[in-house]
Ligand binder design. Structure first.
Ligand SMILES: [Zn+2]
Length: 366
């Protein structure tokens, strides 16, 4: 019987918590990870009504995009909707897990889902993350090189874009003198031993350092393993904020707005002045994406689809791009589809269902 821990480990295998922003609070917010899962309810927001829906539908795990507990909770007496939601979840043995900016940041995450909805092609990360990659260099007796590499790849090292099992090796001579108490696999105590070795190098995500080193220790034949870890400055092109891609054909800006409204099922679009130029390259950031405007301009996007723009921020478009504010809820509501698609593929012994509660706090009078 899969437990909550199995589900969260699976979610974190494609949306690692290490990729959440520093201000975020993604992860298991409420619940015991060793509880067996009876069903999963996927939602954009977790509210009291969503907890009630989970109970009614026999789901003891809610997977939400937005963390209901965002700032610290100092009291838990039901004085606001956050506290009431948490109390209700605890009373009903319903766990709450949030996959938020980490799911925004990964390839195949929230922004890729929006790009898919918009039929964009050649979709890539708009602002790739830096300081998330490391390199391991280690020194292995020639006969053991491939076995050690296989173990490192198995643990997640050597992935670059669409390439896997990437490594570099160069042959040289390792030398050492084993002292008292040592138990050398090659050479003997007191001898100055020389051994043909490979220096092998692999890249890996920094958050997997412990797993990678554990795999190295297990596979490497030596009692003491020489290795170097390097923090890399390279941006990881597969992780970061926002995406950009192209429509198969350019459309007029008027037709673009109609298309956007229809594809994202929008009641309205708040946008800056149209520029009378065809639209083909589209930058996207679900939720509040205003911080990416200059990245969108640098990427030569014709339009920037995002949400949560304030009046004065619209001026920043400055004739360079058309900002399309489609609403926070509307931009991210399809995250439910993304979660369900992934979870239902992996877990088949319990139901993985959509929350039908409309959690949008914004209503429109049109
Ligand atoms: Zn959001």
């Amino acid at each position: 019987m899969p437990t909550i821990r199995h589900v969260t480990a699976f979610l974190e295998s494609f949306a690692p918590l290490a990729y959440q922003e520093s201000y975020d609070n993604a992860g298991l917010l409420v619940g015991d990870p060793d509880t067996a899962v009876t069903g999963i309810l996927a939602t954009l927001d977790c509210t009291e009504a969503v907890v009630a829906e989970a109970v009614a539908k026999g789901c003891n795990l809610i997977v939400a995009h937005h963390p209901i507990v965002f700032k610290g909770l100092k009291k838990l007496n039901g004085s606001n909707y956050v506290e009431r939601t948490v109390i209700s979840a605890i009373k009903n043995d319903v766990a709450i897990y949030a996959t938020h900016t980490n799911l925004d940041s990964v390839t195949g995450g929230v922004n890729f889902m929006i790009a898919e909805k918009l039929g964009l092609q050649n979709v890539r990360i708009l602002a790739p993350k830096t300081k998330t990659l490391m390199k391991l260099a280690t020194f292995v007796p020639v006969a053991d090189t491939q076995r050690v590499l296989d173990a490192l790849h198995e643990a997640g090292a050597g992935n670059i874009g669409n390439y896997s099992r990437a490594s570099f090796r160069v042959e040289g001579t390792g030398a050492y003198q084993a002292g008292d108490g040592a138990n050398p696999v090659l050479g003997s105590i007191g001898d100055y031993h020389r051994e043909p070795e490979h220096r092998i190098e692999v890249i890996f995500p920094a958050h997997q350092q412990r797993t990678i080193l554990a795999a190295l220790r297990k596979a490497h034949p030596y009692e003491e393993i020489a290795y170097d870890l390097y923090a890399l400055e390279n941006a990881d092109q597969t992780v970061g904020s926002g995406v950009v891609g192209e429509l198969p054909q350019s459309v007029s800006d008027q037709n673009w707005l109609a298309y956007l409204k229809e594809r994202m099922n929008l009641p309205l679009i708040r946008h800056t002045a149209l520029l009378g130029r065809p639209v083909q390259r589209v930058a996207v950031c679900g939720g509040a994406g205003g911080f990416l405007l200059n990245d969108a301009v640098r990427a030569s996007a014709d339009v920037f689809v995002t949400a949560d723009y304030k009046y004065h921020e619209f001026f920043d478009a400055d004739g360079r791009i058309v900002i399309c504010d489609i609403g926070h809820y509307e931009s991210e509501v399809f995250t439910k589809d993304l979660l369900i698609r992934r979870l239902a593929e992996k877990f088949t012994t319990f139901a993985v269902i959509f929350s039908e509660t409309d959690t949008n706090p914004v209503r429109y009078y049109v």
